[in-house]
Design a protein around this ligand. Sequence first.
Ligand code: AGV
Ligand code: CA
Length: 310
Amino acid sequence: MQHIYFNHDAGIDDLVSLFLLLQMKNVNLIGVSVIPADGYAEPGVSASRKIMDRFGKSHVEVAESNSRGVHPFPKEWRMHTFFVDALPILNESGKVDAPLSPLPAHQHMIQKIRENEESTTLLFTGPLTDLARALDEAPDIEDKIEKLVWMGGTFQDVGNVQEPEHDGTAEWNAYWDPEAVARVWKSSLTIEIVALESTNQVPLTIDVRNHWASLRRYTGVDFVGQCYAACPPLVHIETNSTYYLWDVLTTASVGNKALVKMREVTSQVLTKRPSQGRLIEEENGRPVHVVYDVDGKAFFGYITDLAKRV
Ligand code: AGV
Ligand code: CA
């Protein structure tokens, strides 16, 4: 059994990730927090609590982050949070029961890690700001963290940031707060990153959508299909709004390690213009495990089977 603390940033695939985590038999979720990066805090916290109520077994606390990044996400992407929070399937009961923590996310995470008698795996599918702050405030937690699994970064020349004053080499979660990545890189944590190298292999396509549609008699598969209805699929060419299953792949790799291939590299994060958030390999850099390949067919099979459990 793995004890997971999940910090996400309220995008479509962040919220679908929470739903899938709740279906994994080998996962014990000990806490959730929401950072307002690629989404908004209010509907992000609200949707997380409703997903827990509708699809979870026990009540897990949700905390809101008060962290702010240096490079805000585009508003068009952030608006997705409101769509998920408003889905009828999450609002059928007319109430919200899952508890809201009075603590800000990073302190909530510190509390949950300290309370856990066993070691905690951190799953981060947004920027690393809350982790960087937690490590500064409570260095004792480092020894109680099994590892960090993070959706973020890329070692490829082309990332997914297309913004003024940037050269396009970074991934967005790293770019939102590059200093936070640098802080986490300074820790002694074991780090696994699910980088664009592997997430690029799992785009949202019409075929994937149609497959979910054909299985919508399963409530969970219908929910996943409804969530992804907010995002444009990859049809002709990749655009700035093309959606990949970034966070869902990261979450799936926690539940089923056999889906991905990893290699160890030593690396550094650049924090200066024009490459803020870029990861580079460097001989004397910090060791991290990078997921660079995924069995796409097995991955889609795995998440669809999880969704069928509901
Ligand atoms: O860079 C990928 C991260 C993931 O955590 N996010 C989306 C996932 O939740 C940012 C992002 C990059 N491109 C995007 C993103 C897009 N086209 N739409 C929404 N978010
Ligand atoms: Ca995310």
